[in-house]
Design a protein around this ligand. Sequence first.
Ligand SMILES: [Zn+2]
Length: 294
Amino acid sequence: MSGYTLGADVGGTHVRLGLLTPAGELQNVQKLRREEVMPDSDPAAFGKVLRDYIARSGERVEAVGVGIPGTLSRDCREVLKVPNIPALDSLPLAALLTQRSGVPVVLENDTVMLLSGDIHRLRLPPKGLLVGVYIGTGLGSAVFYDGKPLKGRCGLNELGHFPLPGRKERCTCGNIGCAENLISGRRLQALRAEQWPETDIGDLFPAMADSPELEEWIDAAACLLAGVVNLLDPEALVLGGGVPQMKGFPRERLEKAVREKAMHPLPSEGLEILWSPGGDDTGVLGAARFASGI
Ligand SMILES: [Zn+2]
């Protein structure tokens, strides 16, 4: 596809929208309040927002990609479960938005859209197996194979809900002991409240630098990531999300620990670990590129 496409990144609080030109430039990125454009009483009203945005752009938009922070049906036509926006649960959202916007709408998990954006910004060839792991409030993951999301039986990719032995925390998914309860911003917030209550969350990593808590955090993250590397043997492992963007995040220590824990000599040797450049519009870019079929 070589025309204009629109990307939307849906979050619990905000929705971001942007227009991708045929030259690959992202324009007119807007940050809107989710409750205003996708109200709980009628989430498909977002279709009208898309229609108005397109009309104002004056361009002929060929498709819209929408990143959803939850699980979708394997064909990505229906939303199954979105913990932060329960009003979306069980909606045939792709058809509803297509109907109300007048433009074909494709949905995908928001982490897939992030990895799509990062593949572009990191100039990764869309060949072979690429893995993205995003540590934000929770822990998200995506896998691409030859430029398309790798789909299993149900289309899920939920590394954050990898069960860890010996953990007792109840997860947002309802299970006990999921990885994201340990490897996430949520866990860092809890650590701060328990151990460093006087420290601003933005200064937490420098404050934790030599602590056993940080050692445990890195160890758990490295075990999980090395397991992914051993299982999938990717061309590259992309790490991103808000947590690695924080001041003093121990990128080198984490990389070293992943390389140590992955199998030797392969796939550890030559393993490419890349850090997402970040940016609030990566999910928008990825969604628009996804809609263009790139
Ligand atoms: Zn879980």
